[in-house]
Design a protein around this ligand. Structure first.
Ligand code: 13P
Length: 293
């Protein structure tokens, strides 16, 4: 069934678990995610980034909704990192039941204005809005400031109250992509900041972006069959579990799916040079994603 994000996150919050939000690159990856969710009897958020939507085309929305309606588990269709008000409105009209407005590149007041506009449009149509941005490994961190490039707890109340958003993505040390930490660096998340934020916003659903664990087994397959991703390091699963026991209700994962899919694809291509039926390659890639999840 297709479910409202607000209801799903509120169940997650009350029961201290987080729902995974998987970024899908195409329809085959979507089906692989659904297979895993149904096998685990677990709710799932299907997340599409604007670049992915450019690749799949808008019509994939209809196919996702059709599959979701028939699914035995709750499914939410969510726009990831909507960079403009127009794109968020377009996706709401397409039938997404949750959107993220990411106006973080704008000045604070303009960020609030754009976010509020999306929230009002979304709420009038029964859709919810997530907001926020996270720091990447390349971002400068001011070491003199306790919060550096992380989310400042004093700012969150103002932001949430003035925009009316339904959930907030926070920056506590995760980062998008496969290289979240420098080689040799110990993965660390700022749980102290997470706790401060949750004290300021009691009961409010928080979101963790950039949460891939980059399993070394998937990486090994990819690198064995011609991939070049040395020294990729992700977020240890123990840390994700700890975050989900606190106020984190939604955990975004995209890189892990891509590494598993492309690794299995490379392996199948390498091992079957005589084949040209696409299914011989796409099926193991989908199976790798299902198994990983
Ligand atoms: P990863 O790159 O860690 O998978 O993060 C995905 C994400 O946060 C999408 O918004």
């Amino acid at each position: 069934m297709l479910l409202n994000m607000k209801n799903l996150l509120s169940v997650a919050k009350d029961n201290h678990f987080a729902v995974p939000a998987f970024n899908i690159s195409d329809y085959s990856m979507f089906l692989a995610v659904m297979k895993a969710a149904e096998a685990e009897n677990a709710p799932v958020i299907i997340e599409i980034h604007p670049h992915e939507l450019d690749c799949t085309g808008d019509d994939i929305t209809e196919s996702i909704k059709a599959v979701a309606h028939k699914a035995s588990v709750p499914v939410v269709l969510h726009l990831d990192h909507g960079k403009s008000v127009e794109l968020c409105k377009k996706c709401i009209d397409l039938g997404f039941n949750s959107v993220m407005i990411d106006a973080s590149a704008e000045e604070y007041e303009e960020n609030i204005r754009q976010t509020k506009e999306v929230v009002e449009y979304a709420h009038a149509r029964g859709v919810v809005a997530e907001l926020g941005a996270i720091a990447g490994i390349e971002d400068d961190v001011n070491v003199d400031d306790k919060y550096g490039a992380f989310t400042h707890p004093d700012q969150v109340v103002d932001f949430v109250t003035r925009t009316g958003i339904d959930s907030l993505a926070i920056a506590i040390g995760t980062a998008h992509g496969a290289y979240k930490f420098k080689p040799g660096q110990n993965p660390q998340l700022r749980f102290d900041i997470l706790e401060e934020i949750q004290e300021k916003l009691p009961g409010f659903p928080l979101v963790l972006h950039g949460a891939s664990s980059v399993p070394q087994a998937s990486l090994k397959v990819l690198n064995t069959y011609g991939g070049k991703m040395p020294e990729a390091i992700g977020i240890p699963e123990t840390m994700l579990r700890e975050a989900s026991r606190k106020a984190v209700c939604k955990i975004n994962v995209g890189t892990d799916l891509r590494v598993a899919y492309v690794g299995a694809l490379r392996k199948a291509l390498y091992e079957n040079p005589e084949k040209f039926d696409a299914r011989a390659f796409i099926t193991p890639a989908m199976d790798a994603v299902t198994a990983l999840i």
